[in-house]
Design a binder for this molecule. Structure first.
Ligand SMILES: C[S@@+](CC[C@H](N)C(=O)[O-])C[C@H]1O[C@@H](n2cnc3c(N)ncnc32)[C@H](O)[C@@H]1O
Length: 233
């Protein structure tokens, strides 16, 4: 199914679209280890922003809107909000959050070359070169008001087990916001029958409450996205 879509894009009259789709598809090949995925992004870092420009990928825009909605300017001093942009890549989301008045945004990504690009934006307070996994991050409990993930979920990307860490580093009353391609919920083996179940288990265990689950069109290329918002207890 995904390969069929890739072929259609490659054969499309717009060569640039086809190349961009292929570059993105290459980062999501089944069987890649987490280290291989990070290495792939490092090789792609120079062209990433051209390939996944706003006309092809709206993940950072959806994520910025989702965060901003939870911290309205009328009632919030956005300068006091501590955000961690997980899988920040080249920093698309950090730039957008800065434009919205969020001044304390940290970024985390395992690809050193993607982080090199993010560093040039001057949008982040701290940048961590780390994988999000079942391992404990060098970040204290309850540090952030909000953890946000845009495009960090996928084949060989952030595993279900990393959700525990997201909750640990967000203070009670804070948010975890995950923006991802909808079809990955069923096409990615790691997530199929597991990711939403894991979300529900944390809700049943009283760790967080789901605020919303919204499906949005044209998240990336022609694919729907899904935006999950959780409030940590
Ligand atoms: C599609 S890019 C999204 C980047 C950025 N958030 C954006 O929207 O442009 C996916 C990013 O996830 C990162 N990534 C992959 N596996 C990861 C993991 N296990 N933990 C954290 N980040 C990961 C990659 O290095 C890459 O920068």
């Amino acid at each position: 199914m995904a390969e069929e879509k890739a072929k259609r894009f490659i054969q499309s009259s717009d060569v640039t679209d086809g190349q961009a789709y292929c570059a993105n598809f290459g980062a999501h090949k089944p069987g890649m280890s987490m280290a291989e995925v990070a290495e792939y992004y490092s090789k792609w870092a120079e062209d990433y922003e051209h390939d996944l420009s706003q006309d092809r990928y709206l993940g950072p825009s959806f994520a910025c809107k989702a965060v901003s909605e939870e911290y309205p300017l009328t009632t919030t001093d956005r300068k006091s909000i501590r955000i961690l942009d997980v899988a920040c890549g080249t920093g698309f989301l950090g730039e957008k959050l800065k434009e919205e008045g969020f001044t304390y945004v940290d970024g985390l990504d395992p690809s050193d070359k993607m982080l090199d690009v993010a560093r040039t934006k001057d949008s982040y307070t701290n940048l961590y070169c780390e994988f999000m996994s079942d391992a404990t991050l060098p970040i204290e409990n309850d540090k952030y008001s909000c953890v946000v993930v845009a495009g960090g979920m996928g084949e060989g990307h952030i595993p279900c087990a990393a959700v525990t860490e997201m909750i640990r580093i967000v203070q009670p009353g804070g948010y975890v916001i995950i923006v991802m391609r909808e079809e990955y919920l069923t096409h990615v083996q790691e997530y199929k029958g597991r990711l939403e179940e894991c979300f529900l288990k944390f809700e049943n265990d009283g760790k967080w409450k789901r605020c919303s689950r919204e499906v949005v069109p044209k998240y990336s290329f022609d694919n729907n996205g899904v935006i999950f918002k959780f409030r940590v207890c």
